[in-house]
Design a protein around this ligand. Structure first.
Ligand code: PMP
Length: 364
């Protein structure tokens, strides 16, 4: 008798945790004022965009990227203030580097696996990648005002001995900078790596890069995304060269394409354009914060980033009302108990921010 043919698709060959997951949701923003994803709202000046086009037209698309784009990395290290003797690696967005560091620490086949720890709420991908790679994820809740609960954090570090601690500085989605002295205590106490994620550095202007000199367990993670180059997908991790050499073993070959490399190389030569845009975003953030604080029905939290978290009595109604008026925010109210009632707005152009404020006024 012939065996009956298998029915397809045989999704059961996939890991259970993959089938149980939901894909990272990116809403369709066509036609909307897009204030949901912490992008820089400004495009490149037309002259510079044309010059960039010319530069890109000379790139050899038939060739793989160089194994080690040393010149580009040198320039980036110089601009980033990487201390002498420390190393840097590039990733397809800092997302890829987060995943890669977690993969390097995960101990799938050992009972209990490795622990990845972060204060929560924070950037969701630390937990997503940790779980996907078979790590245990420990989230230590922040205080209600979003400061670190340093006693609870140090206690969890002592009890769980995490391989990796992630601290977003400033934190997403709360927007605040954790106290430096408390981060020093985490660095003192952590048995493994502490990754300080400086994705929002252009708006915070506080860095841990110089501390790489005296902190062998520190990784400073950065990205070009929030500076205005989210579409390039280029992040970098800075640490002692011995860490980077290990992580590099897990990097997929050619993880950063020739076009992002060439575009970033060109734009580093014109860095002041992006910095000036960040200056405008910072001052717009402060203006937006004041305007939100002037509304008694809202509570807006301090921000050192290019977004502001605020609490409303009925966040779902407000989110939907703004959407009907063509403005897309991020509704984070259901994502963590400490974020109950909260929406997150990314700072846009002055015109976009004005449109947002007017829509808010019309809705209250
Ligand atoms: N870290 C933090 C704190 C973030 O908020 C984000 C993106 N929202 C990232 C890292 C990832 O950035 P990218 O992959 O674009 O470099």
């Amino acid at each position: 008798m012939k065996a009956s043919p298998p029915t397809f698709p045989r999704l059961e060959v996939l890991r259970d945790e993959v089938r149980a997951m939901r894909a990272y949701a990116v809403p369709d923003a066509s036609g909307l004022i897009k204030l949901d994803a912490m992008e820089n709202p400004f495009s490149l000046p037309p002259g510079l965009a044309r010059e960039l086009g010319e530069r890109l037209s000379a790139v050899a698309l038939n060739r793989y990227p160089p194994a080690d784009p040393a010149r580009f990395k040198q320039r980036l290290a110089q601009m980033a203030g990487l201390p002498a003797g420390k190393a840097l690696m590039l990733g397809n967005g800092s997302d890829e580097l987060i995943h890669l560091m977690i993969q390097a620490c995960a101990r799938r086949d050992e009972p209990g696996g490795a622990v990845v720890l972060a204060p929560t709420p924070t950037f969701v991908m630390y937990e997503v990648f940790a779980r996907l790679d078979g790590c245990r994820f420990t989230g230590v809740p922040l205080r209600p005002d979003f400061r670190l609960d340093i006693e609870a954090l140090l206690h969890a570090i002592g009890a769980q001995q995490p391989a990796l601690v992630f601290l977003a500085y400033p934190n997403n989605p709360t927007g605040n900078l954790f106290a430096r002295g408390e981060i020093e205590a985490v660095l003192d106490r952590a048995p493994g790596l502490v990754v300080i994620d400086e994705a929002y550095l252009p708006f915070a202007q506080h860095t841990w890069m110089p501390q790489l000199e005296e902190r062998p367990n520190l990784v400073v993670l950065r990205t070009l995304s929030k500076l205005g180059l989210a579409g390039l997908r280029l992040g970098y991790a800075c640490a002692d060269a011995r860490w980077i050499a290990e992580f590099d073993k897990l990097r997929p070959p050619y993880n950063v394409g020739v076009l992002p490399l060439a575009a970033a190389g060109f734009l580093l030569e014109h860095f002041e354009v992006l910095q000036r845009q960040a200056d405008v975003i910072r001052s717009e953030r402060d203006r937006l914060l004041q305007a939100l604080r002037a509304r008694p029905e809202l509570t807006a939290f301090d921000s050192a980033a290019n977004f502001i978290l605020f609490r409303a009595a009925d966040p779902d109604r407000l989110f939907d009302g703004l959407l009907r008026r063509g403005i897309l925010l991020k509704n984070v109210s259901g994502s963590h108990p400490l974020l109950a009632g909260c929406l997150r707005v990314t700072v846009g152009t002055p015109q976009e921010n004005e449109a947002f404020l007017q829509a808010l006024g019309a809705l209250s």
